[in-house]
Design a protein around this ligand. Structure first.
Ligand code: FO1
Length: 323
């Protein structure tokens, strides 16, 4: 059995860039992109799945590169009219993007699963790697802040990440069922590597790890687990990662992210600029340029990550004692 399957765990923006790089160098049937759904929410009566959509649009070449979310070539007639009517306009929905939320909501009401809907949308948008929600069950990231408990999008968009974060919970995770295809992939003899994409560890990766069975499957998985640092030079490339780390009492550093993932990691790819932090890290460290601005950057980093995974000797795989 050739080990050719790569599973990428991803949130939105940063993760999607690496997922795109991987999709450009791997055959579609060898890449499974697992999407965080902790950012999902009901808005204007619609079910919105931001990280699924960012991944879908990015892999389809339809992503809005200025905004980092939603679609390119967008028009905003719906939002303009909603504002004129006094509707809730803090979460901006472009006209094309709106169709995804309306159709997803219709299909969910018909009883289709989030995974089934995502597969159909990807097929229709010409996305060939599989984008799989971590679970079909509701998981909602909520943040305890100095302004009280907040739903994720209220914190991230309406309040623009200004509140001080004290704690995060992933409501519903404890009773969510990991998607069976995810657990199957993580225990497959085909598995070549699991890649934790450079997404925010707290809001994009840990909701995935919080789904029962996922962390255990990673600890037991037959292939190397490699993470890419979302922090470069003490700063997140985009979003509130560094601010959140500081507020949660952690150093906003690449090394602190590796420590956060702990024993899950066999290898860790961090930016050349952070070489000074590589000392003493337990995973095998690869230093590389991790800022992805061009498509070529995405492909180069994807190769670096796969090489780092392939270089992990079987004996070196760090795993919790098989419980
Ligand atoms: N982020 C914003 O900062 N402002 C928005 O108005 C906004 C709208 C939006 C619409 C659809 C979608 O899929 C994502 C959207 N996002 C917006 C980004 C979203 O909050 C984030 O992508 C994630 O939830 C964090 O990764």
């Amino acid at each position: 059995m050739t080990r050719d399957l790569v599973v990428a765990l991803s949130g939105g923006i940063g993760g999607a860039k690496l997922a795109l790089g991987l999709s450009r160098i791997l055959p579609a049937e060898n890449l499974l992109v697992v999407a965080n759904t902790g950012d999902d929410f009901e808005h204007l009566g619609l079910h919105v799945s931001p990280d699924i959509d960012t991944l879908m649009y990015t892999l389809a070449g339809l992503d809005n590169t200025e905004l980092g979310w939603g679609r390119r070539d967008e028009s905003w007639s719906f939002m303009e009219t909603l504002t004129a009517l006094g509707g809730e306009d803090w979460f901006r929905l472009g006209d094309r993007d709106l169709a995804v939320h309306v159709e997803r909501t219709r299909r969910l009401r018909l009883g289709q699963t989030l995974a089934e809907i995502t597969s159909e949308f990807c097929r229709r948008l010409g996305v060939h790697p599989r984008v799989l929600p971590m679970t079909d069950d509701p998981v909602r990231t909520r943040l305890h802040t100095d302004e009280g408990w907040l739903d994720f999008q209220d914190y991230f968009v309406r309040l623009q990440c200004r509140p001080t974060v004290r704690e995060l919970v992933f409501a519903g995770a404890e009773s969510a069922l990991a998607h069976p295809d995810l657990l199957e992939a993580l225990s497959s003899a085909r598995l070549r590597a699991v890649i934790i994409c450079p997404s925010n560890p707290f809001i994009s990766v840990e909701p995935i790890l919080a789904v029962p069975g996922v962390r255990q499957a990673l600890s037991a998985c037959p292939a190397p687990v490699v993470a890419v640092s979302p922090i470069i030079g003490g700063r997140a490339v985009k979003g509130p990662t560094a601010k959140m780390m500081t507020e949660l009492g952690l150093q906003p550093s690449a090394a602190a992210v590796a420590a956060r993932y702990g024993d899950l990691l066999d290898a860790y790819v961090m930016d050349v600029g952070d070489a000074g932090e590589a000392e003493g890290l337990s995973p095998i460290v690869t230093l590389a340029p991790t800022l992805m601005t061009s498509l070529a950057d995405r492909e180069v980093l994807a190769r670096v990550v796969l090489d780092a995974a392939d270089a992990v000797p079987p004996a070196r795989r760090r795993r919790a004692p098989s419980s």
